[in-house]
Ligand binder design. Structure first.
Ligand code: SAM
Length: 236
């Protein structure tokens, strides 16, 4: 997996507007036709991450009326159920194709459901987001950025969050680093961006430097998908 040029961000944006959009729309969707075994496995893993994130969020109390920012919302897999729970959802993604898909899926799932407010979708780099939200969630986005860049992103996300921040990322452990290297030796046609693993301790340290502490942790793994899920809150 090599970077083809441009900054990480430009590469990621281009990818998720083109081949990455097709690949991930399929993985995150429900249809099984044309979805291979690996993609199905990743679908299951990712849906567990979304489920766990919703459980963590609900554990803190009902979501009705709670403002939530879903940073890097993809096709809306988290934003839509959160809106159905009554949360006031703002969702953004750097990819216009992803946002268009999320908006369409939300229209189908939410329009006509009484009392449910449509998420506000926007095409935006998460680092350009402004405002304050009770909760900020960012699932499976940090994998596209090296640790240094990820730390800048985490700092920005924390600055938007008043009460809590949920992050999921692919953990860097000896075993997963090895798996990743093996995967890179056999690049499939559908793999296009560089993937970065992050050590849980590095992410936690970055949060601590910002004055946040990890309150809950989750770990999700299937055969080809693995993610750490952290819920952080202001330390004081
Ligand atoms: N969070 C969604 C989910 O879990 O269903 C999507 C995860 S997908 C692997 C990663 C998403 O992050 C893509 O939709 C991509 O366009 C988006 N993304 C990557 N970098 C971003 C950035 N700097 N700002 C906003 N979105 C970004």
């Amino acid at each position: 997996a090599q970077e083809i040029g441009g900054t990480d961000k430009e590469v990621v944006r281009d990818y998720f507007n083109t081949t990455g959009f097709d690949r991930w729309k399929k993985i995150y969707g429900e249809a099984t036709e044309g979805v291979n075994k690996v993609q199905l496995d990743i679908r299951i893993g990712h849906s567990k991450t979304v489920e766990n994130a919703i459980l963590m969020l609900k554990d803190g109390g009902p979501l009705a009326g709670v403002s939530v920012c879903d940073a890097g919302c993809g096709t809306g897999n988290l934003a839509i159920p959160l809106a159905l729970e009554g949360a006031i959802v703002t969702a953004n993604d750097i990819s216009a194709a992803m946002v268009a898909e999320a908006r369409q899926q939300a229209e189908e799932a939410i329009r006509g459901v009484e009392g449910v407010r449509m998420p506000e979708f926007e095409v935006k780099d998460l680092e350009e987001l402004e405002g304050k939200y009770h909760t900020v969630v960012c699932l499976d986005v940090l994998i596209h950025y090296p640790q240094e860049k990820a730390e800048v992103m985490i700092a920005h996300l924390a600055s938007l969050a008043e009460k809590r921040l949920l992050l999921s990322f692919a953990p860097k452990t000896t075993y997963y680093s090895l798996l990743k290297r093996l995967g890179e030796l056999f690049p499939g046609p559908s793999k296009a961006t560089r993937a970065y693993l992050h050590a849980e301790s590095d992410v936690e340290r970055a949060l601590e430097r910002l004055g946040w502490r990890v309150r809950k942790r989750g770990f999700i793994s299937t055969q080809f998908y693995f993610a750490k899920l952290l819920e952080a809150v202001p330390a004081a």
